[in-house]
Write a protein that binds this ligand. Structure first.
Ligand code: AMP
Ligand code: MG
Length: 339
């Protein structure tokens, strides 16, 4: 299949909307990461997303809307707390899980009786969804298991020949996927940390809890509330180790690790001005927010540069620490050294 690369002028957005409305697949920018969209009312189109990504069929998709008012057409039993969270954080990097109604096919929700809904803030995403005239089911636009794409170039690398079109809208601002909160049970549960922090959620919903799987790996046979958590994620070709703590101690430990790995091509993802000899250096950013924004593109860049091992400096500094740890620990398959 030929994959067209489209700009963001009105004519192209209208064309991309028509592709979605007729059952095709379009990748598009959002403020979090690039999404791979299909008509959420069309089960065959949704099935094509799983095929294009190589995504396990039991991992449900997030339904994207262009206006908050569209939620009532997709979900039912919406609690007062859920409505408060919606008005506080939508449009934005926030996904809410609610009891689904009959309009959403099982292919989108992987047979679950709940649906994940997000209204992105990115103007291109909003214009595209509006142009399609339907809610748009969209996971991240990467091959399953790879780091999520934060530029059109990342999507082109993973999806060329697999989807109908890619809209190039520049780099994503948040850089990690949306915060997911389930409001389908007794208490709101944060299932995945992202651009909206846990503290911000608790200001609106003080009884919110953090799912235990946010920072841990899933045990054998365990069925997490968020099916995506049990899969291998964000895995670059390089073997990643996180070295976490005060940045002086982190520097000493990474120097030791670089010496032990002196026969291999090493990379270091920094959060400081620390210099390292004989390693490929990429700067993640000084704040956790900036580090989140650059994380996935850095992991892809290390692969492109041929790094075999990557050591990632990390120190928790702000509300984005949870979102970074959640992605970084998975990228490192939980290999974390605390100093
Ligand atoms: P992605 O769009 O690639 O960020 O993946 C969407 C994430 O949302 C996956 O981890 C899914 O497991 C999760 N998700 C989607 N729908 C639901 C749902 N109804 N209940 C729980 N988790 C969901
Ligand atoms: Mg994903």
């Amino acid at each position: 299949m030929e994959t067209r690369i489209l700009g963001t002028d009105d004519r192209r957005i209208t064309e991309a909307g028509e592709i979605l409305a007729s059952g095709g697949l379009v990748a598009f920018p959002t403020e979090t990461v690039y999404g791979l969209g299909a008509d959420a009312y069309n089960a065959d189109a949704a099935a094509r997303i799983y095929l294009a990504k190589g995504r396990p069929s039991d991992n449900p998709l997030i339904v994207h809307i262009s206006e908050i008012s569209e939620i009532d057409a997709l979900a039912e039993d919406i609690s007062d707390t859920a409505r408060e969270l919606i008005s506080a954080f939508m449009p934005g990097p926030f996904t809410i899980i609610l009891k689904k109604n009959r309009n959403i096919p099982d292919a989108v929700t992987a047979g679950m009786d709940t649906v994940a809904i997000r209204c992105p803030a990115h103007p291109v995403a909003r214009r595209l969804i509006k142009a399609s005239g339907v809610p748009v089911a969209a996971p991240s636009a990467n091959l399953s298991g790879k780091p999520s794409p934060t530029t059109a170039a990342h999507v082109i690398a993973d999806m060329t020949g697999r989807i109908d079109a890619i809209i190039d809208g520049g780099a994503c601002d948040v850089g990690v996927e949306s915060t997911i909160v389930s409001c389908a049970g007794e208490h709101p549960v944060l299932l995945r940390p992202g651009g909206v922090t846990f503290d911000e959620i608790c200001e609106i919903a003080p009884d919110a809890i953090l799912d235990k799987n946010v920072l841990n790996s899933i045990g054998e046979g365990e069925q997490p509330l968020c099916p995506g958590m049990k899969y291998k994620h964000y895995s670059p070709d390089a073997e990643v180790t996180v070295v976490e703590g005060g940045l002086l101690a982190v520097k000493a430990k990474i120097d030791e690790l670089l010496y032990e790995n002196r026969d291999r091509v090493c990379g270091v993802l920094t959060m400081s001005d620390n210099a390292y000899d004989s390693a490929i250096l990429l700067h993640g950013g000084d704040s956790n927010r900036e580090y989140a924004k650059n994380l996935f593109s850095s992991l892809r860049e290390f692969d492109r540069l041929g790094a075999e091992v990557v050591f990632a400096e990390f120190e928790a500094r702000d509300g984005y620490a949870l979102a970074v740890r959640n992605r970084l620990y998975k990228a490192a398959a939980q290999k974390v050294i605390r100093v």
